[in-house]
Each structure stands twice: as structure tokens, then as C-alpha cells.
Design a binder for this molecule. Sequence first.
Ligand code: ADP
Ligand code: MG
Length: 273
Amino acid sequence: MQDITGAVVADGQATPAALESGIGELLKTVGLRRVFSSGNSQVTALAGVNLCVTRGEMVAIVGPSGSGKSTLLHLLGALDTPTSGTVYFAGKSLEAISDAELTEFRNRAVGFVWQRHHLLPDFTAVENVAMPLLARGIASREALGAAHGWLEEVGLADRAQHRAGELSGGEQQRVAIARALVTRPLLLLADEPTGDLDEGNAGTIFELIERLHRSHRLTSILATHNLQLARRCNRTLVLERGLLVTGEESLVGRESASTRATGGRATAQEERG
Ligand code: ADP
Ligand code: MG
């Protein structure tokens, strides 16, 4: 099967040097819209998002609940298809590539971390981390070896043989991060990765993501409610009712609204008054 990275390079839109060196744009969206239909009503989750992320950037996406953060991450990772608009990865439209390439993109170019870790509780930590490699047909000895290496990177080598269900919340999230990176993706997409953790664990997990982002020269996009953590990223984008509004300067003024927001666009609208 053709590697999407190879396909992109072969297409001449990004050179191997550009992909390797951290120069240039890795991800771009143009007019990205996603409308969900339920019954007679339609919900516009994304209303035309234009976004450009440079290789090596760590970008935070903040915004009230229901503003479209998860929808955007799903589209960036090709887990969902836009109603209209386009996602470009290394210059290539995800729409234009074959199903096989798309599968390859999801499985290899992107690593996902979710708010809930989604580990298999009855499998050991190392088996959970090895899972994406086993799914790709890599021999179990090699897959488990790589998984051990990643558990070391996230500081859990001593928990390798523990069942995932026996680990603490913070430890489970570290296993989930190792699992997301075991395939050596270029892009890390994290949807509220610290959302289920207490403040101390949230800080530790964020620092771990920061460290792995740097040491593995990842491009990372994190949706978060935690504005303190968001500020530590290279850039903060604010989503409101499915649209990106300007970043940093508007962030402070929106802080209280954001932290108070509880449920969806109605709340966001009320708060804007
Ligand atoms: P956030 O992650 O910022 O909380 P979401 O992207 O989850 O926001 O949701 C954006 C909007 O789209 C919300 O109004 C939500 O109810 C709606 N939505 C998300 N997914 C679906 C779906 N599968 N079906 C219908 N509506 C959805
Ligand atoms: Mg969400």
C-alpha cells in the first residue's frame, strides 16, 4: 500500500526535505463546513473554517462547548468528511486521495489522543500500545518491542505488564499517548487530552505532550478548555459557533465566558448577550 507521505512527495507538492526539515505548511483547511442533520433540523458545527498549520507548530483550539472543536479535529484526521470545503495535508487534498491512501493517512500520518483514553481494560499497557502496529500486520515481537520503547518515553516502563484497567487516570492517558505515537505520525491531534484529569495530572500530561512534540518534531493540534495550558502552545485559535475568531488578543476577554460555558451554542450566545 502506498504511504500517503510518499504519495504526497511523489505528487511534487511537498519535497521530502520540506517534510523532514519542519519547513512549510503541513495542514490547511479551506472553507471547511460540517452540517449535521438530525430529523428536520440541521446543526452547522463548522461554518467555513480556514486554517493553516506549519510543520512543527503546537496549536491550541479553544472555545465553548459545542463550538465545533471535536468536529474540526475529526475532519483534520479524516475520521469524518466535510459537508463542503477541503482539508489539505502536505499540499494534498484528502478528498482527492484513494480509500487506501486515506486509511494509510489515518493509521500512519495521524495520532489521536482523546479525552477518555479508550484503552482496552483487560489488555496490558504494552499490548494496548502495540495494538496499532499489530493492526498493521507488524509481527508481535517487533510491535511489543516498539511499544515497550514508547512506554519508557512516557515514563511507564514499570507498568508495561499491568492491565490498562488497573492504572490510574493519568497513567491511562500516558498509555494512550504512547499508543497514539507508536506509529510515528507526523501529526498529533488531541481532543481535550487533559479534560478528565485533576489539575496536577493535567499539567503533567500537558508537559509530556510538549516534550514529545519537541523531541519527535511533531505537529500538534490540541482542543482544550484549559486556557492556561493553551497559552503554552505556539498559537491559540478560538472557535465560536463553528467559526475561527482571532486568537490571542480575544482570548483574555473570553476567558470567563469560556470557563463558565456549559452547554452548547445557546449558552455561548446568551453569554455574549
Ligand atoms: P465541541 O467539541 O467544541 O464541544 P462539537 O464539535 O462536538 O463541539 O459539536 C459542535 C456542534 O455540532 C454541537 O452543536 C453538536 O451538538 C453538533 N454535533 C456534533 N456531532 C454531531 C453529530 N454526530 N450529530 C449531530 N450533531 C452533532
Ligand atoms: Mg468536543
